[in-house]
Design a binder for this molecule. Structure first.
Ligand code: BTN
Length: 331
């Protein structure tokens, strides 16, 4: 969904994070001050945090860099552009992954489609969790890609995408980041982002994959209240460093994601496993792995060549795990 024209114009005017009086906004948009007030209310309902100060006007609590297709494209190479069929940008959507899954079901030939949203109203995390997705300040996007082989050939794809995400962050000067098996982007033992891979298709192929990424750039404590895990955002980990352009980071992540997806096959994960191990932030750590109702404690010994988690128990035995939720042991 796109916001109505005046709501969009108002958020663009306020995006600089400075005060704007009701009179100035009303004159610029050529509408009444009470109409401005109504739009301000509807923006607050969309999760935009706005301060109203008598005598000064309205101001966003946090300045915003809204998505701009021209800026995004200016950061994409011709090679990346050739791999992309469409970039859809929404002001608000239920879930970018859901939207692309629906598209894939309606036409299984589609590929190279990015869906990007300023806000998700039903952002999906792994294991049925909600992905907190307030307006305008983080990244939520998905890529629909068609693969010639079946879903089994994509084992390791989500881990390889993790490597792509760290590479993109490193390129823009964000160093203090790593990967937590299987699909989390971590910094200082807190979650910065997550990847959700959803695959549909026949077992012997071809298949469609929707690769979704949520990355916290700025999350207010208020918005983050529902999050049960330790979390962080780029603003908190990049203190004293210049703010990263949201459009540039998006383009960089798109580029890296395309490079992984464009020729990923069963054998490809081995090409990323060395980098994955270098980015592994759980190596050697004591953890608990939750599989269904079972909890297994042990020390992480990295991943095997297929991307399975290696966990050493207290007897010294190392087991391989294909799925499970891992958390750092508190003790
Ligand atoms: C996780 O739980 O770690 C995975 C989070 C994935 C969130 C992203 S945000 C963009 C895309 N759309 C969704 O609904 N989810 C993914």
């Amino acid at each position: 969904m796109q916001f109505p024209e005046n709501k969009k114009k108002l958020i663009q005017l306020l995006a600089d994070g400075k005060f704007h009086s009701g009179t100035e906004l009303a004159e610029t948009l050529n509408i009444s001050r009470s109409a401005i007030w109504k739009i301000i209310n509807s923006l607050e309902e969309s999760g935009v945090e706005i301060m109203a100060v008598t005598g000064k006007g309205y101001c966003l609590k946090q300045s915003l860099e809204l998505f701009d297709i021209e800026i995004i494209e200016s950061y994409l190479s011709d090679e990346s552009k050739a791999l992309i069929s469409t970039i859809e940008i929404y002001d608000q959507i239920d879930s970018t992954n859901k939207h692309l899954n629906d598209l894939a079901h309606s036409n299984s030939d589609l590929t190279g489609i990015f869906c990007v949203a300023e806000q998700q109203t039903a952002g999906k995390g792994r294991r049925g969790r909600e992905w907190v997705s307030p307006f305008g300040s983080n990244l939520y996007f998905s890529l629909l890609w068609r693969f010639d082989e079946g879903p089994a050939s994509l084992s390791g794809l989500s881990l390889a995408i993790g490597v792509a995400v760290i590479n993109a962050l490193n390129e823009l000067g964000v160093d203090d980041v790593g990967l937590k098996w299987p699909n989390d982007i971590y910094s200082q033992q807190k979650k910065l982002g997550g990847i959700l891979l959803e695959v549909s298709g026949e077992s012997n192929g071809p298949c469609s994959a929707v690769i979704g990424l949520g990355l916290n750039m700025f999350l207010s404590d208020e918005s983050a209240e529902p999050i049960e895990q330790d979390w962080t955002d780029l603003k908190r980990i990049q203190v004293d460093k210049p703010q990263i352009s949201r459009n540039q980071l998006l383009a960089c992540l798109m580029t890296e994601m395309l490079q992984v997806s464009k020729d990923f096959t069963t054998q490809t994960f081995s090409a990323y496993s060395k980098q994955w191990r270098a980015y592994d932030c759980m190596q050697g750590k004591q953890v608990d792995v939750f599989i269904g109702r079972q909890t297994i404690s042990g020390v992480v010994k990295g991943i095997d060549d297929e991307g399975l988690l290696l966990l050493q128990d207290s007897s010294g035995k190392v087991s391989h795990y294909a799925s499970g939720e891992v958390s750092f042991s508190k003790s």
